[in-house]
Structures are given as C-alpha cells and as structure tokens.
Design a binder for this molecule. Structure first.
Ligand SMILES: NC(=O)c1ccc[n+]([C@@H]2O[C@H](COP(=O)([O-])OP(=O)(O)OC[C@H]3O[C@@H](n4cnc5c(N)ncnc54)[C@H](OP(=O)(O)O)[C@@H]3O)[C@@H](O)[C@H]2O)c1
Length: 364
C-alpha cells in the first residue's frame, strides 16, 4: 500500500482503559491515522487526558505529549465524535451489551467506521469478526451491512484476546491442507486482560484462578465464525471442528499463553512440515504491507522452554504470535504452546490492523 495523502482522523473510545491506553500509545506515530479525539465515560469527560490517566498509564511506551492535553469527551456522544473522526476504535467496557450495541450502531449511522474490541457485536450476523491473517475476506460483507442497515459508516469487530495465540497457527495448518477435527486448549491469561484495575492483587499473586467469566464460551465459539464463510448475506460458522477450552487467570502482566492439543481429520503432518508451514505463513496484511503487519506473523521457537510471556510477547512490536514445544500428543496428534500479547495483538494492535485492512479495501 502506498502512503495516504492525508492522515485519517480517528477517535479512541474508552481511551482511559487498558486497551484504550494501548491504542493511544500505538497510534502516536501511525502513518495513516491521527488521533483527533479521546473519549471515555461521563465520569472522565471534561478532564485532560493526562490528568485522567495520571499514575495509571500502563503501556511501556511513554504517554504521547500531544495527547496529554486533549480534553476527554463522553464516548456516548456519537454526534460530537463524528464531527471530528472518520473512524473510531471502540475499547469501551459497558456491562449492558445492548447499550453498547446501540452506542456502536449510532456511530455507524453517523457515518463513522467502527472497529470494536468489545464483544457486543461479535455474534451479529452481518458484522465481520476479523483476524486479518485469517479472514480478511469477511470485510467484504460491509457494503451489504451498509445497504441493509442504511448506514454510511460500518462496524467490524475483533475477537476475544484468548484465541489469538493459537487460532492463526491452526489456520496456517488448515490452509496448508491439514484439516483439523478436535482441539483442546488451556489458556494462561495475563492480568491486563481483565482491564483496569482488574483482578485484586491479593487474589492473583501466588495464585491461579481457574475461571474467567464467559471466556471459555468465547474461546470455543468465536473461532467457528472466523473460520466460517459468508452465505446469503450472513456468516455461517465452520462445522466439523470441536474446540474445548479451559481458561485460567495467571499472575503475568501481559501475554496470553495457550497449551493446545490437536487432532487432524485425515493426514497428519510431520513435525518439520508443521514448523515450515508456521514459519512461512504469510497472508493479506503482509502482501498489502499494512503498517502494523508483522513481517512474520507466526514465529516458531526451537528452545524447549519457550515461548515465555516476559521474553517473547513483544516480538514484531507485540504483533507476532510465537509458538513452541511442538511434540506428539498421545491422545490427539500433536501439541504445542502459543503466545500472543493480549493488549497489542489481542486488542489494540489487532484493532489497528483491522482498520488498516478496511482502508486498504477502500471501506473507510
Ligand atoms: N484488556 C484486554 O486485554 C482486552 C482484550 C481484548 C478485548 N478487550 C475488550 O476491550 C474493551 C475494553 O477493555 P479494557 O480492558 O480496556 O477495559 P477497562 O480498562 O475497564 O476500560 C474501560 C473503558 O470504558 C470506559 N467506560 C466505562 N463505562 C463507560 C460508560 N458508561 N460510558 C462510556 N465509557 C465507559 C472507561 O472510562 P472511565 O475511565 O471514564 O471509566 C474506560 O475508558 C472491553 O470490551 C474488553 O472486553 C479487552
């Protein structure tokens, strides 16, 4: 993709939260997007961003000076945001999903492209849920979405952060011709995945919590929509794959790991072939040279004690998925460990890559 003549003005909704802050950090020097507005709840509206964030700035990159002085506005005021932004990154956490759907719809109606990290629209039949390396073509439903709903904007969403660490490696194998029938996955999820202030320290230090509300259902169901197809103007989930998930919260700051066992439906690849497929996997984001695309989206690490969140989550600016520990599974066929940075690849970085895809497809 060539450079754009002018940067696209964007807003971050939920800019004070864990994901919103990561958006602010990642968009600071973005070649296509420029933050024109930051928004959060009515509680924060009217405060300067730097003041609202004060000691809870979370990304490792510094808080950009330019944004510190922006005045936060109420994210529910879609009309005010639409006057200053063509695209919004929605990182809102609202307990009422119907309310959140209404908020995001109001943006799309006002002519804004919405890229959302929230779960409210993930099941909506004409809203694409995109991991650009896997189902970039699902964005092609947007013209129909616009026509059907009489929106001049649009909505595309990101899936849950729990599945980024293993779904792309599985997809790479499927695309290489190795059909998969069964997957058992145990996730080890970082505390930043729970938002701010998240899990109380006394609950998580020296501990593992074997329950994250709603996470196992999302980990089992969302991949089927992502691997599915558009039929008769809606998404039909992929059939023939069963996924069973155990999701755990662990005392790690950033980076969700997944221990995965896989059964193939027919032919089973040799280990060398699996590693070759993973390391050579490239897709639309790399072909289109999208600014946030990792040049190598899946990296296999030979070291038997990797991947590790602390050492590997920031590969390719937090956008690559690292895999390791490929070995035989005595119950299924193979097993491995996957890792992805939950607030970058699994949230803000993944959202930005989705937005870049929409721009490359002339949908913004
Ligand atoms: N954390 C992750 O790793 C991760 C990964 C993938 C997806 N997600 C999803 O991304 C979204 C944000 O997650 P998070 O972890 O960043 O949450 P968070 O830290 O709790 O931040 C929530 C944000 O929503 C705003 N907000 C809350 N109530 C609001 C209201 N009534 N009206 C308008 N804004 C309101 C908050 O503003 P105030 O500061 O003013 O309250 C804050 O900016 C969620 O939908 C989450 O499920 C999170």
């Amino acid at each position: 993709m060539e450079q754009l003549k002018q940067k696209i003005p964007v807003a971050v909704l939920g800019a004070t939260g864990m994901v919103g802050q990561q958006y602010v950090a990642l968009l600071a020097d973005h070649p296509w997007f420029e933050i024109s507005l930051v928004a959060a709840s009515a509680r924060s509206a009217g405060l300067r961003y730097g003041e609202a964030i004060s000691s809870r700035w979370y990304p490792e990159a510094p808080l950009p000076d330019r944004i510190k002085n922006y005045t936060l506005i109420d994210a529910l005021d879609s009309a005010a945001v639409a006057r200053k932004a063509k695209l919004v990154f929605s990182a809102l956490e609202l307990s009422d999903k119907d309310e959140l759907r209404k908020v995001e719809n109001a943006y799309a109606r006002a002519g804004v492209a919405v890229v959302s990290n929230a779960s409210a629209h993930r099941d909506t039949e004409d809203v694409p849920m995109i991991i650009p390396e896997i189902n970039h073509h699902h964005a092609d439903i947007i013209p129909l979405q616009r026509q059907r709903r009489e929106w001049s904007g649009c909505i595309a969403v990101k899936p849950n952060c729990s599945l980024q660490s293993y779904l792309t490696p599985l997809f790479a194998l499927m695309q290489a011709g190795y059909e998969i029938s069964d997957v058992v996955v145990t996730t080890l999820q970082a505390v930043s995945g729970a938002g701010y202030p998240g899990v109380p320290s006394l609950d998580i230090i020296d501990n593992v919590i074997p329950f994250i509300n709603g996470e196992e259902e999302k980990t089992e169901q969302e991949p089927l929509k992502i691997l599915g197809e558009i039929q008769d103007g809606r998404f039909t989930p992929r059939s023939g794959i069963r996924i069973s998930a155990h999701c755990n919260r662990v005392p790690v700051r950033d980076g969700h790991s997944a221990c995965v066992s896989v059964r193939f439906a027919h032919a089973k690849p040799k280990f060398d072939r699996v590693i070759e497929v993973w390391n050579n996997f490239r897709s639309a984001p790399q072909e289109l040279r999208l600014p946030s695309a990792p040049t190598q989206p899946i990296i296999y690490l030979d070291d038997e004690a990797r991947p590790q969140p602390k050492k590997d989550r920031m590969r390719h600016n937090g956008m690559a998925i690292t895999v390791g520990r490929l070995r035989a599974c005595p119950v299924f066929d193979i097993k491995f460990v996957g890792l992805s940075h939950n607030t970058i690849r699994g949230a803000a970085g993944g959202g930005i890559l989705n937005a870049e895809l929409l721009v490359a497809k002339n949908l913004v």
